[in-house]
Each structure stands twice: as C-alpha cells, then as structure tokens.
Design a protein around this ligand. Structure first.
Ligand code: PYC
Length: 331
C-alpha cells in the first residue's frame, strides 16, 4: 500500500518546517490534546515516516492543519517532530501559518488575526502580509512558568550544573553559564548534543514536571543552554536540544517562552519588556512578556514570540510498504 503526502517544505529562522497539506488522518478526540494522543496511538508511523531518515533528518519537524474542536478558534494544528508530537511548537507554528496563508489553506475570518487550537491550549496569531507573502508572525503563546529551580546534577564531561526547569509549551531544562559551562562557543555542536542528552536524562531521574491543567503534558523534553548575545541588538543567545541529536537552528519559540518565564520569575524581565533571542546559527525571534497570569496555583506569564518563515518548495512524499524503510529510521 502507498500513502501520498503533499507537503509544503520550508524553514523558520533556519529550522525545518514540513506542512503536511494532504492526507491528514481522521482523529478521534474532543480537543487537540486528545487528538494528539489518538495520533500517537494509531498513526505515529506517519510522523516517523515523514520526519526520520530517509525522508527527513534529525531536525525535521512540521505539522498538519485540522478543523478546530473549539468554536472560539479558527484552526487546529497537530505538530510532528523527530521526538514525538509536541504539545506546542513555536517555529513550527510560524512556518505552518505562513505556508498555510500563502497557499490558501488557511482563510482567516479577520485578516491579520487567527486563533489557533494546539494540543497545549489556545494561541493567538497576528501576522503581516505584503502581497502573497507573509512577512511576520507573532504568537501570543500559552501561559508559561517555572516548574523548578536549582536542580543540581553531575554530568560526565562538564561536572556539576544547577538546572532550572521552565515551561513554554514544552518543558525545558535551562542552563545558564556556570562552572565549566563558560558559554556556547566553548562547546561545539557535537559536544552540546552529547552533554544535552546526559543533562536531560539526569534531570528526568530526579524531577518530572506535570502541566497543572493537562497531565498528558509532562516531563522534560528539551534542554536550553543560555548564553550572552553575540550580535548587536540581541538580549540573549541559546542552543536548544531536542529529539536525540537536534540543535534547533531557530531561537525556538517554546524555548524562548520558557526563557521569558524564567527571566521574569527572577525579576530580570517585567511585563512589557522585549527580549531579542539569537539562535545557535544567529537567527532571531523577538520575545515579549505580555502579562502576568497564573496556571493553577502557580505564577505564570503570557509570552509572545515573533519571527518569519520561508517556503522552499512543494514536496510530494510517498510512504510505500514495499519500502523496507517505510517507517523511517534513526542512527
Ligand atoms: O520553536 O518551539 C519551537 C521548537 C520546539 C522544538 C523545536 N523548535
């Protein structure tokens, strides 16, 4: 049997986005969070087939558009990525919304504004369009908060680190320069990948964050190495690790949201403050602390992130069970 997926490929600030515009499976569930669980249980081969080698690579991510389950939203997004189906993905949303608008797959009721249902909740999008090009997308993201501070882990190859855990749509282990972590330029990408895997395992052994309103969102999935900015006009730099081998080429939307919550909790940012975040390759998102709020009993912020995406082409991909690697593979 062969299944054909019509995709629009591109990138947001350098990180890949594959919008799967055809052949989205029909999902069960009364919310995008429930549909995410259904997809993982019954259709995960689509994710691995489209994201893993030989059709994808270590950084591959993207998503499907769905009719939303809520009347107060315009569209739903289900994210796919090498590590699973993320509750929320910032660079993915910027790419999916850009390609969807540019190719007529999203028809907004009010130009410039969209409310989008994602597994992590409802986000608001404001975008700018010039002719047929979407030039900027700003996401007002889900409430973001610090789940733990000062978790001490001993990591082979870099020693003792104090790690904080913050949520911005996914849970991040955040590491500021300290001890033998002197900054990103001190560690090459290969070392970052190796150390990040160890950090994530060590943190998972001692702490499992659980989202106060949706217990299906749990556990540290990403590692964010924070650093001082490199370029003029930026406020910070990061390298975000996800999956098993990926360093985000973008400044990472949910990572930037988690970092904003982290800096706000430490009194280093206040509502209204902007924070220009540079990625490992020097691309940028503009973050902002929009407001303070609460999540369950916990203090939280509403962050926004702004960036842009570029479509690079159409890609019609087959998954054929005559292919030994129909489900994809990772090495
Ligand atoms: O932009 O939120 C993001 C993201 C998550 C994983 C990779 N990028």
């Amino acid at each position: 049997m062969r299944r054909t997926f019509f995709c629009i490929d591109g990138h947001t600030a350098g990180n890949p986005v594959r919008l799967v515009a055809g052949a989205a499976p029909l999902l069960k569930g009364a919310s995008m969070s429930e549909r995410r669980q259904d997809f993982l249980a019954r259709f995960d081969w689509i994710r691995t087939g489209l994201c893993f080698e030989p059709r994808g690579h270590d950084m591959m991510s993207g998503g499907f558009l769905y009719p939303p389950t809520r009347k107060d939203t315009d569209i739903g997004i289900l994210f796919i990525e090498t590590s699973g189906c993320l509750p929320m993905c910032g660079h993915g949303t910027i790419g999916i919304v850009t390609f969807g608008l540019e190719h007529g797959l999203i028809q907004p009721a009010e130009p410039g504004l969209l409310r989008v249902e994602v597994p992590a909740g409802v986000i608001e999008i404001r975008y700018e369009q010039k002719g047929d090009k979407v030039t900027a997308v700003r996401i007002t993201n889900v409430p973001s908060y610090v789940a733990a501070a000062g978790i001490v882990v001993d990591i082979e190859g870099i020693g003792t680190l104090s790690v904080d855990v913050a949520y911005g749509g996914n849970y991040y282990a955040i590491i500021e320069p300290q001890g033998d972590y002197r900054g990103l330029d001190d560690l090459g990408a290969a070392r970052l990948v190796e150390l990040s895997g160890r950090v994530r395992t060590a943190v998972r052994e001692v702490f499992e964050p659980v989202h106060p309103l949706d217990p299906t969102i749990r556990g540290v999935s990403h590692v964010l190495w924070a650093d001082a900015p490199k370029g003029d006009g930026a406020d910070g730099r990061n390298a975000v690790f996800y999956g098993d081998k990926a360093i985000d080429r973008s400044p990472c939307g949910t990572g930037t949201s988690a970092r904003l919550a982290h800096l706000a909790a430490q009194g280093r940012l206040s509502p209204g403050d902007r924070f220009v975040h540079e990625s490992y390759i020097g691309s940028r998102f503009t973050g902002r602390v929009e407001a303070t709020t609460s999540l369950g009993d916990l203090p939280a912020i509403i962050p926004s992130i702004e960036g842009s995406a570029i479509a690079t082409g159409f890609n019609t991909i087959w998954i054929d069970d005559a292919d030994r690697f129909w489900e994809g593979f990772q090495v």
